[in-house]
Design a protein around this ligand. Structure first.
Ligand SMILES: NC(=O)c1ccc[n+]([C@@H]2O[C@H](COP(=O)([O-])OP(=O)(O)OC[C@H]3O[C@@H](n4cnc5c(N)ncnc54)[C@H](O)[C@@H]3O)[C@@H](O)[C@H]2O)c1
Ligand SMILES: [Zn+2]
Ligand SMILES: [Zn+2]
Length: 361
């Protein structure tokens, strides 16, 4: 039996998204059908709509979600109907070259549902990041469902499924921030603020938030920023150096993903420091750096895919910190909206009015 539900679809490059009837198959072997309770609006959804990720329209958007498993297919034993889960886009395979070398966070063959969700006329949908959760129900690989404590609110827990995990992990896993470090974070949206919160929990002694929007900088303090820099008012590299004894920060996270912000991250590091790119660039962007500076400044330039997270390890841990009041996931939820308000949420994101709009179903 297939399920006819409502979902938010991006039909063409740059076209406003809208609610459509979508058909979700019953779960086959290794798959799970999830009743979505909440799904955050991430900047990556907007990248999809703008054709910046791939050209495989139509997309079923949404990928930061929590919900309840409704049905599972043959052979699924890790989750069962009724389980409260956060959806992930890293269901590791266990047998690719990365997994076999004990680095499952780089798994190159992650699982997604094999069956396709479609529009009512049978057109196959490409689910964003293999999830597609701006929908009443979605079909995923069972491994994409990570069980967490049901005491967590779905709107907050769902954010772990992408942006918050990516930002937190960019600082803590990829950047290796630990106690005593100085940290700068460029771009204080959902991802950047999660990097700030992660650096704070890991024991950074100075956390410098950089943005081009005063409202975002105010918000960043709430997550643990000790200093803020408005990049419109001067060179952020100079400002970060000044705040770190003239040297630069140990770890700089670029949570914007543009050539100019990555260059800032590159130069705002102390010698032998680490720059982490977690913001996602678009295909036309290029970077030019003096190779002698790459050598002479030393350290590491690292990209952070999904915060180098392992969902089964990290989601329950972060939910636990949240429920203990040590990690304020609720603070990321700026507003809750309906499925038909995603396009409006993109505009608000663009105007910098929200950290996360979260669709609640
Ligand atoms: N690597 C991953 O796995 C991963 C996961 C999720 C999201 N992302 C990416 O992370 C990025 C941020 O996502 P988000 O949801 O937080 O977006 P967002 O739009 O909420 O936040 C971006 C922030 O950057 C600020 N900004 C823009 N230009 C700037 C500049 N030149 N200097 C300083 N600040 C600037 C904006 O004012 C805003 O506060 C996006 O590119 C998104 O696609 C990556
Ligand atoms: Zn693998
Ligand atoms: Zn995302």
């Amino acid at each position: 039996m297939a399920h006819e539900v409502r979902g938010v679809v991006a039909k063409g490059k740059g076209e406003p998204v809208g609610v459509e009837t979508i058909i979700v198959p019953d779960p086959g072997p290794g798959e799970a059908l999830v009743r979505v309770q909440a799904c955050g609006v991430c900047h990556t959804d907007l990248h999809y709509r703008e054709g910046g990720i791939s050209g495989d329209f139509p997309f079923l958007l949404g990928h930061e979600a929590a919900g309840v498993v409704e049905a599972v297919g043959e052979g699924v034993t890790d989750v069962a109907p009724g389980d409260f889960v956060v959806l992930n886009w890293r269901a590791v395979c266990g047998s690719c070259r990365a997994c076999l070398r004990g680095r499952p966070q780089y798994c190159f063959a992650t699982h997604n549902a094999r069956q396709k969700m479609t529009l009512a006329d049978g057109t196959e949908l490409s689910p964003a990041l293999g999830i597609g959760a701006f929908a009443e129900k979605t079909l995923v690989a069972a491994g994409q469902c990570t069980k967490v404590d049901p005491a967590a609110s779905p709107a907050a827990a769902g954010l772990l499924g992408c942006g918050v995990m990516a930002g937190f992990g960019a600082a803590v896993n990829t950047g290796g921030v630990s106690r005593g470090d100085t940290v700068a974070v460029i771009g204080c949206g959902g991802v950047g603020n999660a990097a700030i919160a992660g650096a704070n929990l890991a024991g950074a002694i100075k956390i410098i938030a950089v943005d081009v929007d005063e409202r975002k900088l105010e918000g960043a303090r709430r997550f643990g920023a000790t200093h803020t820099v408005d990049a419109r008012r001067g060179d952020p590299v100079e400002a970060i150096r000044e705040l770190t004894g003239g040297f630069g920060a140990d770890v700089v996270v670029d949570a914007v993903g543009r050539p100019e912000t990555f260059e800032q991250a590159f130069y705002a590091r102390d010698l032998a420091g680490t720059a982490v790119l977690v913001g996602v660039p678009t295909p036309e962007m290029t970077l030019k750096l003096p190779l002698l500076d790459v050598f002479g400044r030393g350290g590491a330039l690292r990209s952070s895919w999904y915060g180098d997270c392992l969902p089964s390890r990290d989601f329950p841990m972060l939910v636990s910190l949240y429920l203990q009041g040590r990690f304020d996931l609720d603070a990321f939820v700026s507003e809750t909206i309906g499925l038909d308000e995603v396009e409006k949420a993109f505009e608000k994101m663009h105007r910098g009015e929200v950290l996360r709009s979260v669709v609640v179903l």
